[in-house]
Ligand binder design. Structure first.
Ligand SMILES: Cc1cc2nc3c(=O)[nH]c(=O)nc-3n(C[C@H](O)[C@H](O)[C@H](O)COP(=O)(O)O)c2cc1C
Ligand code: SF4
Length: 436
């Protein structure tokens, strides 16, 4: 059945592994769920995800998670959901139960480490597949971020083979915790310029051992993780991979290169591949101001051709465009991140023929700016977002009465090139000193 917008393909169910996913709309991973300080889900975390499940999305990918001790210690995000320890796990059951009550699948992202984008712990140097840091030119920051002169991160050292293998094992153990907490599966995260992603592209991987060189070697870290999870979690546990479709770097790689590595990882037992876009060096492509970069360029189709498993595309908020992208075979699922903050009822509105009522994400990135400054994530067009757990009629929490005005000042200054220039330079200087 189609409505006046012609939406039908987006509402078709599809299986991932043995799990029936009721439509093609997937909530993408976001560190926006306000965990407790100890890394377990809070009442707000549960309410945030329950609200999106109630809105009819087919599957939820939980972001803002860490799977290793190093990822926890070096996280650039102030609060994270910890999958690296046993203590938090019983609490995740409340999240998975709340989402499953609506017939929605839920999987956890597995973040191995932040690599050259991490925040060093004391004097300890960051590690990455090769010793290359990240330089983000001024013109590559997404809308709303003004950072005169751009930014450079501290120089990491090359990870040893023993360190890489220990991280693989830690990530596999985190996947087993996710399974124990009732998640339907996991997504091995290899996006942006983080530790896992840095193996994939020749720009950030110059190794000449078993983890560098050929596509098989550049995907070995991820394939070892996928194989390890498959062996221990069994055939029905969903295992996905998130990787960039294109890093847009002259010495990096485009869709053909990334798809070749994804093919190697697929052989280890993947159930889906999700596409992000860009790297931190080309950050503007990761949180784009317009729809459809990987569709218009044909990049997504390269993955559809190369892979047997379903492909999730990213960067198409508009439902009519998303519908066309699915029908034309650019992907099987549409993964929506910011649009899911803006309107949790996106899917149900499509199902009920109310596409015109969808509240559109304004792409001004208030959500991201708040995350970067360690503030609870909020959305400029959805006042409920971040407050889903608050009871109707309740007053503003005391802590927020003090914090909220301070946050407004910081956010208004972040729009000022002068202040952001100073902040950018101070941060770069401090990081440089740490790296010495
Ligand atoms: C507040 C916020 C937090 C994010 N956290 C994560 C994360 O934890 N893991 C991840 O892979 N991507 C994260 N992202 C990136 C999104 O998943 C997505 O790639 C990006 O927002 C572009 O897609 P969109 O246009 O659908 O928003 C985050 C994005 C936002 C806005
Ligand atoms: S804050 Fe702005 S960019 Fe972020 S989800 Fe809301 S509308 Fe979109």
């Amino acid at each position: 059945m189609t409505d006046e917008f012609g939406i039908s393909a987006l509402l078709e169910p599809m299986r991932i592994n043995q799990r029936n996913i009721s439509n093609r709309i997937v909530m993408g991973p976001m560190a926006a769920a306000s965990p407790e300080k100890d890394g377990s889900p809070s009442a707000q975390t549960i309410a945030f995800f329950e609200r999106r499940a109630r809105g009819g999305v087919g599957m939820i990918i939980v972001g803002g998670t860490v799977s290793t001790k190093r990822a926890y210690e070096e996280s650039p995000v102030a609060s994270v959901l910890r999958m690296d320890i046993d203590e938090t796990i019983p609490h995740f059951r409340k999240v998975t139960d709340a989402v499953h009550a609506h017939g929605v699948a839920i999987i956890s992202q597995l973040t191995a480490g932040f690599g050259r984008m991490g925040k060093p712990l004391g004097n300890r140097q960051l590690i990455s597949p090769s010793p290359i840091n990240v330089t983000i030119p001024e013109d590559q920051f997404p809308k709303g971020f003004i950072v005169p002169g751009g930014r450079s991160t501290p120089m990491p050292r090359e990870a040893t083979i023993a360190e890489i293998k220990a991280i693989e094992e830690e990530v596999i153990e985190a996947a087993m915790r996710a399974r124990d907490a009732g998640f339907d599966g996991v997504q091995v995260a290899a996006q942006m310029s983080y530790f896992s992603a840095s193996f994939l592209s020749p720009h950030s991987n110059w190794r000449n051992d078993e983890y560098g060189g050929s596509a098989e070697n550049r995907g070995r870290f991820h394939a070892n993780i996928v194989r390890g999870i498959r062996e221990r979690a069994g055939p029905n546990f969903i295992i996905g991979l998130l990787l960039p479709a294109n890093d847009y770097l002259p010495d990096g790689q485009g869709p053909q290169g990334f798809a070749q590595v994804a093919q190697e990882i697929e052989k280890a037992g993947l159930d889906f591949v999700a596409l992000s876009n860009g790297a931190y060096e080309t950050m503007k492509m990761s949180a784009p101001e317009t729809d459809g970069a990987m569709i218009n360029s044909g990049d997504a189709k390269v993955f559809k051709k190369a892979l047997k498993v379903p492909v999730m595309i990213q960067g198409v908020h508009d439902p009519v465009f998303a519908e066309r992208a699915i029908r034309e075979g650019h992907g099987d699922f549409v993964m929506l991140a910011r649009q899911m903050l803006a309107d949790p009822d996106y899917a149900i509105k499509l199902r009920d023929g109310r596409a015109a009522e969808i509240v559109k994400c304004d792409r001004q990135n208030l959500c991201m700016r708040r995350m970067v400054f360690g503030m609870p994530v909020r959305c400029g067009v959805n006042p409920e977002m971040g407050r889903e757990s608050r009871a109707n009629g309740g007053g503003r929490p005391i802590g927020r009465l003090v914090q909220a005005p301070l946050e407004s000042v910081v956010l208004s200054l972040t729009g000022s090139p002068t202040v952001m220039g100073l902040v950018g330079k101070l941060a770069t200087h401090t990081q440089g000193k740490r790296a010495e």
